[in-house]
Design a protein around this ligand. Structure first.
Ligand code: NAD
Ligand code: DAU
Length: 342
């Protein structure tokens, strides 16, 4: 494999993957990205034109997709509308990109016989009780809760159908919550870090008991590269690093890491349909493909992420005010100080 097409490579996880691949392989990388509000060319700054090409465009543009797929050995498909809160206020772009976009790519790889890796999420499995001893595995039934996760589940099922009906050479990975550099400030961890840097108290949805299974974006990238190189056609692999924490604990760690009291945050209205807990059992990936995470220590990874946002204000500042205004528009309201949004 020499040439790969990365869709959504100007987003959070896609850009981390592009940097990882350039550093750890000799592949040439083409990124196809629409540069929505979530795409940022600054996340790809500094890459040499010898091995990196950027194409601005929509994965639903069949002619463009076909011409790009024709020139590569593999496609790694990250492009998506990715934020649950946005999917609750307007599901339309989620249907377009996550469903029609994935369909468009599948038709192109079918025509050209190209290897395809589909990036998906643990949210397709719904949520777990806090005291459930089980974690998600590749055999857990699909049970998505939100417009976002249901469109990701739909895209996974399209991939499975194209494998079975048309013999497309595809793999799927479902990963848990990522953290690290280049994550949009709408997401939980960068939102709280940048709020604190701006003198705004962090915002915790509901009681903050919801659990996410955190993994560093570099570990997601190493897992995807492992699956791309060693995965079996038609197989699904779950990616996780045993990083379960509840949201309250994460906010308290961020506050402590930034020198503030552990209780210096506010509770805000909860997300409708808010999934309670995600937890990944990644035994298959570890035992069959020999993968293991390089960032097992969440505290150290979080400290590095706080440092990154401290030193890269120029990267996140242009999105910050619009993001907070969007949360206000979506009806976020303070619960701990009388419903007045500071
Ligand atoms: P992101 O929102 O940061 O980036 C998405 C990228 O896709 C952006 O650069 C955007 O411009 C691009 N894009 C959107 N619509 C497009 C279209 N129609 N055509 C071309 N490009 C388009 O998302 P992310 O957090 O980096 O997530 C990337 C992928 O990983 C998604 O498929 C998501 O479901 C999956 N995932 C994310 C996480 C997580 O914790 N963030 C965990 C598991 C899986
Ligand atoms: O599990 C993988 C998924 O993780 C990915 O598929 C999604 O693309 C990605 O966005 C992420 O989804 P979540 O909804 O879990 O992530 P988010 O960062 O939006 O929220 C994480 C948790 O924090 C969730 O329980 C909601 C809560 N939260 C979020 C924000 C933005 C807060 O308490 N306060 C906040 O301000």
């Amino acid at each position: 494999m020499q040439r790969i097409l990365v869709t959504g490579g100007a987003g959070f996880i896609g850009s981390n993957f592009v940097h990882y691949v350039i550093a750890h392989t000799d592949f040439a990388v083409t990124v196809l990205d629409k540069l929505t509000y979530a795409g940022n060319l600054a996340s790809l700054a500094g890459l040499s034109a010898e091995r990196f090409t950027f194409v601005e465009g929509d994965i639903c543009d069949a002619a463009l997709v076909d011409s790009l797929v024709a020139g590569v050995d593999a496609v790694v498909h990250y492009a998506a509308e990715s934020h649950n809160d946005n999917s609750l206020s307007d599901p339309t772009p989620f249907l377009h990109t996550n469903i029609t976009g994935t369909f468009t790519l599948l038709e192109a790889v079918r025509r050209h016989g190209t290897r395809f890796h589909h990036i998906s999420t643990d949210e397709v499995y719904g949520d777990l009780a806090l005291d459930d001893p089980e974690r998600f595995t590749e055999n857990t039934p699909y049970n998505p809760s939100s417009p976002y996760s249901s469109t990701k589940a739909g895209s996974d099922l399209l991939v499975r159908a194209w494998v079975r009906s048309f013999g497309v050479y595809a793999t799927i990975s479902n990963c848990s919550n990522n953290y690290g550099p280049y994550q949009h400030v709408e997401k939980f961890i960068p939102r709280q870090i940048t709020n604190i840097l701006d003198g705004i108290r962090p915002r915790l949805y509901g009681a903050g008991q919801n659990v996410r299974d955190w993994i560093h974006a570099d570990d997601h990238s190493s897992a995807v590269l492992t699956i791309l190189e060693k995965g079996t056609a038609g197989e699904t692999y779950l990616i996780g690093a045993d990083g379960e924490r509840n949201n309250k604990d994460v906010i308290e760690r961020i506050l402590a890491g930034m020198g503030l009291p552990a209780d210096a945050y506010d509770h805000v209205s909860d997300r409708p349909g808010h999934d309670l807990r995600y937890a990944i059992d990644s035994t298959k990936l570890r035992s069959e493909l020999g993968w293991s995470p390089s960032y097992p220590d969440f505290a150290a990874g979080l400290a590095g992420t706080i440092d990154w946002y401290r030193t890269n204000e120029a990267w996140w500042r242009p999105q910050k005010a619009a993001t907070e205004a969007k949360y206000l528009d979506q009806g976020e309201a303070l619960r701990t100080s009388g419903g007045v949004h500071s």
